[in-house]
Write a protein that binds this ligand. Structure first.
Ligand SMILES: [Zn+2]
Length: 270
């Protein structure tokens, strides 16, 4: 499933082809993904100029000069194909820019979505209204987490996956950030100290930023005819490494927490 770093990398890759360009042609090849395509999508985007691109949580934002933003989510299997040699079965939305670049949104499992939202109403749009601060933005501070965790007995890992507390954090990155901050994932959130949270915030930023940089290093490939923007394999210190040695001399352990695998080192995470 594409996580925040992959969405960020996708947005940066798309920006190279879209930013400042006029959209010459839009084709929608089926009525829906997770939900129907907006009925006026082709009409609104055709002839519009893309002003900037952005990201909110795991959503990509394509802002246009028509006061509307195309918001896309990659769901489980979504990816953008850049300059595809041929249009394939799962290329559900195809955009052609003025200079003749072709971008296809491909989504075999169709858990993704495309919406058109008035740009000035994005903050209050349904899926965005309750989102917590961006993990890479200024709103995420140790004090914010301290307030959000106050009195909560739920495990800290579970609350970090709560999108109303921090937006867009997935399982892999929460495991890795807790490992770096030396916080045990099953610790009661309300008992995590401010100094520990002061380690956690930069740890969250670091794991995301490193992953974005790793994905960004492959951006140049996206300009190839078969280029794709979407999934790249994340690597970490604990995630997927059950039984391997930790630098502290302990061993990486896995347990199931809230239906998802948690990887951690019981020796150095307290
Ligand atoms: Zn360890």
């Amino acid at each position: 499933m594409p996580e925040l770093p992959e969405v960020e990398t996708t947005v940066r890759g798309l920006a190279r082809f879209l930013e400042g360009e006029r959209i010459a042609r839009v084709a929608v090849h089926r009525p829906d993904l997770r939900r129907p395509f907006p009925p006026d999508l082709v009409q609104v985007l055709t002839g519009a100029r893309v002003t900037t691109l952005g990201r909110r949580a795991k959503y990509g934002l394509i802002h246009t000069d028509r006061d509307r933003t195309m918001v896309f989510h990659l769901g489980m299997s979504g990816r953008w194909r850049i300059e595809p040699a041929t249009i394939e079965k799962h290329d559900h939305l195809v955009i052609e820019t003025g200079p003749g670049h072709v971008l296809a949104l491909n989504d075999a499992r169709r858990f993704g979505s495309v919406d058109l939202v008035p740009t000035d109403l994005l903050d209050t749009w349904g899926p965005f209204a309750a989102l917590g601060p961006e993990p890479l933005g200024e709103g995420l501070t140790p004090q914010h987490l301290k307030r959000a965790f106050e009195g909560r007995i739920a495990p800290v890992k579970q609350l970090l996956l709560d999108q109303t507390i921090v937006a867009g954090l997935g399982n892999i990155y929460v495991c890795e950030a807790l490992f770096r901050a030396k916080i045990r994932p099953d610790k009661e959130a309300g008992r995590v100290t401010l100094p520990a949270l002061a380690r956690l915030v930069p740890a969250i930023r670091a794991v995301l930023t490193e992953s974005i940089l790793a994905g960004g290093s492959t951006i140049r490939d996206y300009a190839q005819p078969s280029g794709e923007l979407g999934y790249f394999a994340a690597s970490g210190n604990v995630y997927g490494r059950e039984g391997e040695a930790c630098g502290c001399g302990g061993a990486v352990t896995r347990f199931v927490q809230g239906g998802r695998s948690t990887f951690w080192c019981p020796k150095c995470q307290k």
